[in-house]
Design a protein around this ligand. Structure first.
Ligand SMILES: [Zn+2]
Length: 92
């Protein structure tokens, strides 16, 4: 196993893969959660594969609530979904 490749676990499917194949969500200082497109934002983070299927799985399993320790409203989930979708598309 090549230790130079960081591996992360997806909170949607529980599968793991190279860090570059997953998107990072990070909790910001104000408590909101954003997609970390730069990959180096500070804060508590979670990883999801670069596809909407895993994002929806994470929402369905309430993995976001568990990871970030609070409830997400439908509006917050929608905003996060939009950000995630844009990030997914930006690499295609
Ligand atoms: Zn996944």
């Amino acid at each position: 196993m090549d230790k130079r490749i960081p591996v992360r676990t997806c909170i949607g499917c529980n599968g793991s893969g190279p860090k570059k194949d997953l998107l990072r969500l990070v909790r910001q200082i104000d408590g909101s959660v954003a997609v970390d497109t730069s990959g180096c934002m500070n804060g508590r983070g979670a990883y999801i594969c670069r596809n909407m299927t895993c994002f929806e799985a994470a929402v369905r399993r309430k993995a976001l609530n568990r990871t970030f320790g609070r409830m997400f409203t439908a509006e917050e989930t929608d905003a996060l979904r939009n950000g995630f979708e844009q990030a997914v598309r930006s690499v295609e």
